[in-house]
Write a protein that binds this ligand. Structure first.
Ligand SMILES: [Mg+2]
Length: 292
């Protein structure tokens, strides 16, 4: 049974007071009625954006257009490598490959996020697996066109996903139905736990691909799709980002996902699981500059 928590909590609203000839300043004032924050509904705005906004569709298409331009450059450069793992290994003789995440990179699961939000229900692996098996997933805009372009250029496409091994067949059926390339000759869907060291940190799977291929691009919606940042604080993530900032848009292509991700865990900083604790952690996060 899905965990559903509903917690009433008093919140502050912000009134913008303005005076003639001065910059408006935000002033916090108490609201008259406490609002309810429903665990599972905190991401409502992000879900609305992904479900309805052409701005989301445009951002995704823009990301894949950048991926295609970057791929052309990468194919022309024998020294090009997009992985931080195995950087000391000469890779010029290897066949080219790219690595993509699945969820919210190639696959749009916003129907699942929308359903959770409607129910004020928390994500669980069981509920997500039911969603994947239902086949109610679509392709992120731009994905199919880009992947067929990459395939036409002789590039092998790997999907490195934290979906679990037990739903791989259901996921493959979704990929096939949506028209994403899936070669028969090699396992290119590398799921969580498929091999003993294929843990949620994707470094070992990036290294696995890089042992055989020259990895030209990484595509994902989460910082961990590019580099190992599990459990890092906002400040630590920023330091890693700064070291690789110029890889984004060239070797690393990121898709927007405001609905969930490691950014959220970092921003909440180990807050408790109650809606009130998470709400307070979010309020602290917007007052913080640790991620900037
Ligand atoms: Mg993802």
């Amino acid at each position: 049974m899905r965990m559903i928590a509903r917690v009433g909590i008093g919140v502050l609203s912000v009134a913008w007071l303005s005076c003639a000839h001065s910059t408006p300043a935000p002033v916090a004032v108490p609201v008259e009625k406490p609002s309810e924050i429903h665990y599972g509904q905190e991401g409502l705005q992000g879900v609305v954006w992904m479900r309805t906004a052409v701005e989301y569709q445009a951002s995704a298409r823009q990301a894949y257009a950048a991926a295609q331009r970057a791929l052309d450059l990468a194919l022309a450069d024998p020294a090009w490598s997009a992985v931080t793992e195995l950087t000391a290994v000469a890779s010029g003789e290897r066949r080219p490959a790219i690595i993509l995440d699945l969820d919210e990179t190639c696959l749009d699961n916003s129907a699942y996020q929308a359903r959770l939000t409607e129910l004020a229900a928390a994500h669980t692996e069981e509920a997500f697996e039911e969603h994947i098996r239902s086949g109610n997933v679509t392709a992120v805009p731009g994905t199919v066109e880009f992947l067929h372009y990459a395939e036409s250029r002789g590039v092998t496409i790997f999907y490195v996903t934290n979906q679990r091994k037990k739903i791989e067949e259901a996921s493959r059926a979704n990929l096939r139905r949506l028209g994403l390339p899936l070669p028969e000759s090699e396992d290119t869907v590398l799921t969580l736990g498929e091999m003993p060291d294929w843990v949620s940190d994707k470094s070992s799977r990036r290294a696995f691909v890089a042992q055989k291929y020259r990895v030209l691009l990484l595509v994902g919606d989460d910082f961990n799709d590019f580099v190992s940042a599990n459990g890092k604080s906002l400040a630590e993530r920023k330091a890693i980002f700064d070291r690789h900032a110029d890889w984004f848009g060239t070797k690393w292509i990121i898709l927007p996902n405001p609905t969930y991700g490691s950014w959220e865990r970092a921003a909440l900083g180990g807050a408790g699981s109650s809606a009130e604790d998470r709400f307070k952690a979010r309020m602290r996060a917007i007052q913080s500059t640790a991620g900037h």
